[in-house]
Design a protein around this ligand. Structure first.
Ligand SMILES: [Fe+2]
Length: 188
């Protein structure tokens, strides 16, 4: 039973077609894993949240020279396949450029999750084996305040986990476990 209008298999096909860069696809898979875990915890629609995470950057490469279009173009591509709440979250994850403000838990947690993936990956790469396995919640939370580390990661977006109903500690714990659960796919 799928909670979105597209099966996961089709969503992965679409991602592979539209997003050639392997690392970006890994970012999408990591975001999906986190969104699924959060949905389970909240009793939300896991399939819908997961697919929203998986496809949120579908237009990333085609809008690289038009940041104001990032999110909007993806929502247009997915218009007939995802429900409005999901399309809204995709447009709003780039709120600073699209002007579509985040309001729902899905909106806030998509932005928080996709930003957190960057901090988790950057932290894993600090360890000698470059794996997720030794990374702890504290390894991540202490780097939240180190703005010189992984500078491109938007900490304010990560802190929006609170609007989604999680404190930072819990959010990082769930997310880290979710990414560890697909570490092979992530190559970490
Ligand atoms: Fe993203």
């Amino acid at each position: 039973m799928t909670g979105s209008g597209i099966s996961r298999e089709k969503a992965v096909e679409l991602l592979e077609d539209k997003v050639p860069t392997v690392n970006l696809r890994k970012h999408c898979l990591a975001t999906e894993a986190i969104m699924r875990a959060l949905a389970r915890r909240l009793g939300e629609d896991e399939e819908l949240w997961g697919i929203t995470g998986l496809l949120h950057d579908l237009d990333y490469e085609t809008t690289s020279d038009r940041p104001d279009r990032h999110g909007l173009a993806a929502a247009e591509m997915l218009r007939d396949r995802l429900p409005e709440e999901s399309l809204h979250a995709i447009k709003a994850h780039n709120a600073e450029h699209t002007g579509v403000e985040r309001s729902s838990k899905l909106d806030h947690l998509l932005a928080a999750s996709e930003s957190l993936t960057g901090l988790i990956v950057a932290t894993a790469l600090v360890y000698p084996g470059k794996k997720l396995e030794p990374v702890k919640v504290r390894s991540i939370t202490k780097r939240m305040g180190k703005s010189g580390f992984a500078r491109s990661v938007n900490r304010d977006n990560i802190r929006e986990c609170v609007e989604g109903g999680f404190d930072l500690q819990e959010f990082v714990g769930i997310s880290l476990d979710a990414m560890k659960g697909i570490s092979e796919q992530l190559g970490l």
